[in-house]
Ligand binder design. Structure first.
Ligand code: PMP
Length: 440
């Protein structure tokens, strides 16, 4: 049955299929970290729906919340009309947010994907500041939408600022492959200094933007954690110049990095946080949370059909509360640190591992060509072909691992926060074996 499904998919579905190509399996059941294919094979899932499934697949607490909502007969779809489920989710969310931020925050529920929440955050800040354009970073990933507002006709909806304006791309600190050609902390210092000087240079070509947007740990960009000092400097630079700071926590949120939110590591308080993935407890849900003084939208200024799905709200509230009650944030930190230490050990005897990095259970392993010429930071050339072979070798051994990074040469581990010590060991055993086999 699995083969027939794969064959039909190849014929009928879009050429843009991605995960389906990397993982030609047909899952029929999933539980926790385990996915079972139609062929009866079992896989440990380190992809977790691109980091969505912080409680793993079909967690009983999530299933129970969904069943309870269905059995209670609540309306499943109501646009942005008030419901008890939405009220409960909002309460759970505000309880989970950093307290100082939550005390003066507002939430806007968006279309169901992370990209919708990014659009909303950028547009909100355009409205609030009366400016356009954004400061963004090399290696950033924020979504795939473009153009829907541009082709919308209603002038009222497009007002006040059609289009997004200019984007100024700034260097993200990436210690292993520093954009300035020097590694480590010094690279991050240069990145911060460059940003500040560019903004203050009257001939720098940057007009006051509506916002700065960044990920505290870049995910798709190759699991690159920004140093805390750099984040604090970005907060200061934007605050000094009246530029709202939007932190995209779509992938880092809900305990993923060993803090409930990645901003908590550095202690910075953003002006807005973009949320999706895990907040819906494996169902589609997205929101932008922002400081109340930016709440300048008139009613209807930013709408959308799917703003808050009742089942996603119920699953999300259950997830947020379970993560907090079970100490899973702490667990993400400790298991993540153990896994990172073992990966660093592997790096010692596998020269194709150029760099190991991450925070909590958001881990990255950059694969390189040891025979290549090191750059001025000492980084070896990325080896995307090896990474593809490793991903394949992992799958053969029963491990689902996705790639990312600028060159597609970073193995990204995003296991559920509920991962057991035994599962963590099994992941690393299989990964080590796969890297060794693929590098041979
Ligand atoms: N921001 C970040 C940091 C992400 O990692 C992603 C998705 N990987 C998005 C935004 C976009 O989310 P979505 O795919 O749900 O649109």
């Amino acid at each position: 049955a699995g083969d027939a499904i794969l064959r039909r998919q190849r014929i009928r579905e879009s050429a843009a299929r991605t995960y389906a190509r990397s993982f030609p399996i047909v899952p029929v059941r999933a539980n926790g970290m385990t996915v079972e294919g139609a062929d009866g094979r079992r896989y440990l899932d380190c992809l977790s729906g691109a980091g969505t499934l912080v409680l793993g697949h079909n967690h009983p607490v999530v299933l129970e919340a969904i069943r309870r909502t269905l059995d209670g007969g609540a309306p499943l779809h109501l646009l942005d009309i008030a419901t008890a489920e939405k009220d409960d989710f909002t309460t759970a969310l505000f309880e989970a947010l950093p307290p100082a931020f939550a005390a003066r925050a507002r939430v806007h529920f968006c279309g169901p994907a992370g990209t919708d929440a990014v659009e909303a955050a950028l547009k909100l800040m355009q409205t609030a500041t009366g400016r356009s354009g954004a400061l963004a970073f090399t290696g950033a990933y924020h979504g795939m939408t473009a153009g829907a507002l541009a082709v919308t006709g209603s002038v009222a909806v497009k007002a006040p600022l059609p289009g997004g304006g200019e984007v100024t791309r700034l260097p993200y600190p990436y210690p292993y492959r520093c954009p300035f050609g020097v590694g480590g902390e010094r690279g991050a210092e240069l990145s911060a200094a460059y940003t500040e000087r560019l903004l203050d240079d009257p001939a720098g070509g940057v007009t006051a933007p509506a916002a700065m947007i960044l990920e505290a740990v870049q995910g798709e960009g190759g699991v690159v954690p920004a140093p805390d000092d750099w984040l604090r400097t970005m907060r200061r630079i934007t605050a000094d110049r009246g530029i709202p700071l939007i932190v995209d926590e779509v992938q880092t949120g809900v305990g993923r990095t060993g803090a409930m939110w990645a901003v908590e590591h550095s202690g910075i308080e953003p002006d807005a946080m973009v949320l999706s993935k895990a907040i819906g407890g494996s169902l589609p849900l997205a929101a932008v949370v922002y400081r109340e003084d930016y709440d300048g939208w008139r009613p209807g200024a930013h709408t959308g059909t799917f703003r808050g799905n009742t089942l996603a709200m119920a699953a999300g509230a259950a997830t947020l509360r379970y993560v907090a009650a079970q100490g899973l944030v702490e667990r993400s930190r400790t298991v993540g640190a153990r896994m990172a230490a073992r990966l660093a050990g592997l790096q010692g005897h596998l020269p194709v591992i150029g760099d190991v990095r991450g925070r909590g259970l958001m881990l990255g392993v950059e694969l390189v060509d040891p025979a290549g010429t090191p750059d001025s930071c000492g980084a070896l050339p990325a080896d995307p072909a090896l990474a593809v072979r490793v991903r394949e070798a992992c799958l053969q051994r029963g491990l689902i691992v996705e790639l990312g990074g600028r060159h597609g040469a970073v193995l990204r581990l995003l296991p559920p926060l509920t991962i057991t010590d035994e599962q963590a060991d099994a992941v690393l055993d299989q990964l080590a074996d796969a890297v060794e086999a693929a590098a041979r």
